[in-house]
Design a protein around this ligand. Structure first.
Ligand code: NAD
Ligand code: ZN
Length: 328
């Protein structure tokens, strides 16, 4: 923790006083300063990208936001000029900059952002929930990518995002939501979040679960949220013919899969990155308004001064979302 200058804003920017932040797995990679972090993050850098706060200053060109607005930031700052940006498909931008990765982030008292990257919350929203719209957005973007009403869904990886995706899939009308992990603590959390069945793949058989649930032809929709090769291979083997896989998990190494199954079972595999701007944000809002409850995912809250404890609990594997409070 150190003193840095307060960020300055341009005419199209807003200055936000940070209230609460979530710790993301990405922040843990940076904290550990692993090979990815070393090759990606220029230093010095204010890290962190999951946050909620209040606008305290707006640039002279900004008409749609006012001082006092409760806002979060979309973590991907897009270029606005590439073919996809020009076509309004901003989440496909070819030149994205990450808040708290390539440009100054939210683990600070203030963050400056272009107005095009700001989402205004209804003032009634729970601030802890508002602070994790970024990862909730990953879960919603993935879970709603393919139609899941009445479908059987498999989620591999019961990390915070997998757990939130199970709540979203359940809320959106999936028939069975089966979630796998190798961490019993996290599978318990997934159960609280609404998963129909949890499977610890070290000791239980996914195939047996499929049988017990009376699913004859396999899963209709898969959501890969572990980044783990054997989880992805097992998912491919348990999909129905014509099954659809949304892949959010970031593999830490090359994964070999059985391509014959992909071809002969006519599977679709789609990569998911970030959130759709701003359709995912809209959907998160209406899902919460229509009763989606993700509150059990927040398992720890600390003052920002105790950030060390927050990172320690993240690294223990026995946590959901960890919130840091910056207004101490
Ligand atoms: P996380 O690391 O907290 O969760 C991953 C979970 O997968 C862990 O609970 C782990 O125990 C579990 N796992 C490990 N091996 C497994 C196996 N063989 N079978 C089933 N589960 C297994 O991560 P998270 O924060 O919940 O994020 C989920 C994934 O999404 C990560 O890979 C992360 O890097 C990635 N991610 C992608 C984007 C994107 O935009 N594409 C954004 C955020 C996170
Ligand atoms: Zn672009």
């Amino acid at each position: 923790m150190e003193d840095v200058p307060q960020p300055e804003i341009g005419i199209n920017d807003v200055l936000i006083q940070v209230d609460r932040t979530g710790i993301c797995g990405t922040d843990v990679h940076i904290y550990k300063w692993d090979a990815w972090a070393q090759s990606t993050v220029p230093v010095p850098m204010v890290v962190g990208h999951e946050f909620v706060g209040e606008i305290v200053e707006v640039g002279s060109n900004v008409a749609d936001f006012q001082v006092g607005d409760l806002v979060s930031g979309e973590g991907h700052v897009v270029c606005g000029r590439c073919r996809n940006c020009m076509a309004g498909r901003r989440h496909y931008c070819a030149d994205t900059k990450g808040i708290g990765v390539n440009r100054p982030g939210a683990f600070a008292e203030y963050i400056a952002l272009p107005m095009t990257n700001v989402w205004r919350h209804d003032p009634s929203i729970d601030r802890d929930i508002a602070s994790i719209f970024d990862p909730l957005g990953n879960a919603v973007h993935t879970a709603l990518n393919f139609s899941i009403l009445g479908e059987d869904v498999l989620i591999t990886g019961a990390g915070p995002i997998g757990c939130m995706a199970s709540a979203v899939a359940e809320h959106a009308g999936a028939r069975n939501v089966v979630i796998t992990d190798v961490n019993p603590w996290r599978l318990k959390l997934a159960e609280k979040m609404g998963a129909t069945r949890t499977v610890d793949v070290r000791t239980e058989s996914l195939q047996q679960t499929v049988k017990e649930l009376g699913m004859r032809e396999g899963f209709d929709v898969g959501m890969e949220m572990s980044g783990n090769g054997s989880a992805f291979r097992e998912m491919i083997s348990q999909m129905c013919h014509g099954g659809k896989i949304a892949m959010l998990g970031i593999p830490s190494e090359d994964i070999a899969i059985d391509w014959n199954t992909v071809v002969f079972n006519m599977l679709s595999i789609k990569g998911i990155y970030g959130r759709e701007m701003y359709d995912t944000w809209y959907k998160m809002t209406v899902l919460l308004e229509s009763g989606l409850d993700i509150s059990p995912i927040i398992t720890h809250r600390f003052s920002c001064d105790d950030f060390q404890q927050g990172f320690d609990v993240m690294m223990s594997g026995e946590s959901g979302k960890v919130i840091l409070n910056w207004k101490t």
